[in-house]
Design a protein. Structure first.
Length: 557
């Protein structure tokens, strides 16, 4: 009989292992150090140590902030739900959340606390008595709507139709594990934590043609640019990083060109000059934020004391954000000059990509950047502006944080700009925090000097790019970082007054893994009216790469 039960259990676990998981953390490496790092909140009197194929997470502190909790976004649709599995062995747990798995789907949340003699839901008091300390067990949480179920080693032990009713804190949509209570203590060995969201159906746009521009194992290819050159050739450059980091650029970059509308791409030895940087006299000009600047880690306190944003990059190195500068080279000069742009003290500024660049028909130069003031809070969208062909530049505010009656305080960061056919300039802004999801737009009637109030659009996705088509319509392209993750686009026929979200174009819907590792699309219109959208993307194999899609927008109604 024991052999039969063992066989049934093995079959159950093998079936589970064969599932297509969006992410599977295994304990042979620290969660924050894996290829797909988990965010960590860690206080004193807590440790995480790899022991063979497991990680031992220990929390011995009971003072404020003494916890060790790992979490990551999983972009679940609350109406469809998802699955989370954890395999662990409990050593000790003194109180609620001392050893925990937490799940939130943007609407509701719940958690499991693992005591040596039982597993207890954090909300509602339901528990399942068992010995969690004698051996490893696989715990499976499934949720959909308000229904939640718990299975242990393939056997369902809890199934409640209204077990998921506690509102998600600040709308969070994530999976987490470890210890999440300052007051409680706990210790457990974790073998794996994995999750999968149920994906709604998505109808792809007709006639899409996908191209892999660059893809290599062990290379984190990210953040492509896109330029259409005077001879109609396409040029892209992008990061080829050795770490899955949005800050650490170690690994450099690569540049590719296409002479057949994006169907094939060839490497080139060097970059090209951005056409939007060229001056009327043959010189060059631009203005930009300094962006991340690396310094030894012992200088971190120096910049934090100035109210600036500081982030860890790699052992011994941090990076900080600060102000902005301009570059100017007249046509008769061999070398140009950098000049600081006046910005408020303590303002941490960051760049976007070429979607932020615009030179209007009147010659006004714009580059949208964003940042936070030293007093903290949400991000503000700015634009660096010049109306004298780059001789002088000023920092102009597009949109400060606003308070929405439903969503609370919303800031604005990565911003795309484009000139509309009637001469107005439109800005499309990513919300801060991302969980709000919907893009916001603002319009300027005076070439970027002043901007209208930010307006929420019906487009869910971020960040965005804007392109005015030759027929007068405007296309907005954006990443889609919830199931089914991918790339989408939407058209406006009235200069951004309305967006035809009912006929949203789904260019890709096969994104996997972390939602932070796809998107940043850039679209250009080819001679025959075909649209070419380039972006970075991650599929089920986990290799983040540069891809492109050729597609066409239907003709005007």
């Amino acid at each position: 009989m024991k052999h039969v039960l063992a066989l049934l259990l093995a079959c159950s676990l093998n079936a589970v292992a064969s599932e297509d998981w969006d992410e599977c953390y295994r304990g042979s490496v620290l969660p924050e150090s894996g290829e797909w790092p988990w965010a960590v909140s860690a206080g004193s009197n807590t440790t995480a140590v790899v022991e063979g194929d497991c990680v031992r997470i220990t929390d011995r502190g009971t003072a404020k902030g003494q916890l060790r909790f790992y979490n990551r976004q999983w972009h679940a649709d609350s109406s469809l739900g998802g699955v989370v599995e954890a395999r662990l062995k409990v050593c000790s747990c003194s109180a609620q959340a001392g050893v925990i798995v937490m799940i939130a789907d943007g609407a509701n949340e719940t958690s499991l606390t693992f005591y040596p003699d039982r597993v207890e839901f954090g909300h509602g008091g339901r528990s399942h008595t068992m010995n969690t300390a004698a051996a490893f067990h696989t715990y499976r949480l499934e949720l959909r709507g308000t229904r939640v179920s718990l299975s242990v080693d393939g056997r369902q032990v809890v199934d409640e139709a209204t077990g998921l009713t506690k509102p998600a804190h600040q709308g969070r949509n994530c999976v987490g594990f470890g210890s999440l209570s300052s007051a409680a203590t706990g210790e457990a060995l974790w073998e794996f934590v994995r999750h999968r969201t149920h994906t709604p159906a998505a109808r792809l746009a007709e006639g899409v043609e996908h191209i892999v521009v660059y893809k290599k194992p062990d290379v984190y290819a990210c953040f492509p640019g896109l330029m259409r050159m005077p001879d109609s050739a396409l040029f892209t450059s992008f990061g080829t990083r050795v770490r899955r980091s949005h800050i650490d650029g170690t690994g450099g970059g690569a540049a590719y060109t296409s002479h057949d509308g994006g169907r094939t791409w060839q490497p080139v030895a060097k970059g090209v000059t951005q056409p939007l940087f060229l001056r009327r006299d043959g010189g060059m000009t631009y203005a930009t934020a300094y962006g991340w600047r690396e310094v030894p880690s012992e200088r971190a306190g120096e910049f934090r004391s100035q109210g600036l944003t500081v982030r860890d990059v790699r052992p011994g190195v941090v990076a900080y954000l600060s102000g902005a500068y301009s570059f100017l080279r007249h046509g008769n000069e061999e070398k140009g000059k950098r000049t600081p742009v006046a910005t408020p003290e303590g303002l941490s500024l960051m760049n976007y990509n070429s979607a932020a660049l615009c030179v209007t028909r009147a010659g006004v130069r714009l580059n949208a950047i964003y940042g936070r003031h030293k007093d903290g809070g949400r991000s503000t969208s700015f634009v660096l502006r010049s109306d004298d062909d780059g001789e002088t530049w000023e920092l102009v505010t597009i949109a400060k944080p606003v308070t929405d009656a439903k969503d609370g305080e919303i800031g604005f960061d990565e911003t795309a700009v484009a000139e509309l056919p009637d001469g107005r300039v439109i800005a499309m802004m990513r919300p801060d925090p991302d969980r709000h999801g919907y893009l916001y737009q603002s319009v300027s009637d005076d070439g970027g000097k002043t901007w209208g109030r930010p307006v929420k659009t019906p487009m869910w996705g971020y960040p965005a790019q804007l392109l005015a088509l030759r027929d007068g319509r405007v296309v907005c392209s954006y990443g889609y970082r919830r199931a089914p993750m991918g790339i989408r686009a939407c058209l406006s026929r009235d200069g951004g007054g309305t967006w035809d979200i009912a006929r949203e174009f789904v260019l890709r819907a096969d994104g996997k893994r972390s939602g932070s590792d796809l998107g940043y699309p850039l679209t250009t219109e080819l001679e025959d009216g075909t649209l070419l959208t380039i972006y970075y993307f991650t599929c089920g194999d986990g290799i983040t790469h540069i891809a492109a899609t050729r597609w066409k927008a239907p003709k005007q109604d």
